[in-house]
Write a protein that binds this ligand. Sequence first.
Ligand code: RB5
Length: 145
Amino acid sequence: MKVAIASDHGGFTLKNYLLTHYHNHDVVFEDLGTHSEESCDYPLIADALCRYLLAGRAELGILICGTGIGISIAANRHQGIRAALLYGDDAARLAREHNNANVAVFGGRTQKPEDVVRYLDIFLSASFEGGRHQRRIDEIDNKGE
Ligand code: RB5
C-alpha cells in the first residue's frame, strides 16, 4: 500500500519520526514535504496532499501540523477527502470502520510519537464496514444537492 505523508513545520519532527519508524515496512510512504523546520502554511500542504490522493497516486494520506486541527479543516474542504484527527485507539479504528477516513491527521506538538504510531497501525489495519456508514458518507458528499 502507498501512503502519502505531508506536514507543516509544526509537524516536521513527527513526520520524520514516522518516516524512520516505517522504513522497511510493507507500507510505502511518499513524503510530500515540508522538508525543513522553516515556517510554511498548512493549507497549502493540505491541498498538495489532497490533490495527490484524489489523483489516485496514493491510497491513504497522513497530514500533520502543530495541533492537527488547522490541517484537518483545510483537508476536509476537498470533496472526497475524509480527514480524521486520530486521538485514541478507538478513534483510529472507527475512523476507518465507520467514516472510511482516507487521511489520518496528527498534532506534532500535542501528541506523543509512540501513541501516534499505535494509532496509525490500528488505522492502517482496519477496514471500512460499508452499509449504513456508506449511506452517511453519501449524505455528507451530497449535502446541498
Ligand atoms: C503553526 O504555527 C500552527 O499554527 C499549525 O501547525 C497548526 O497547529 C494549525 O492548526
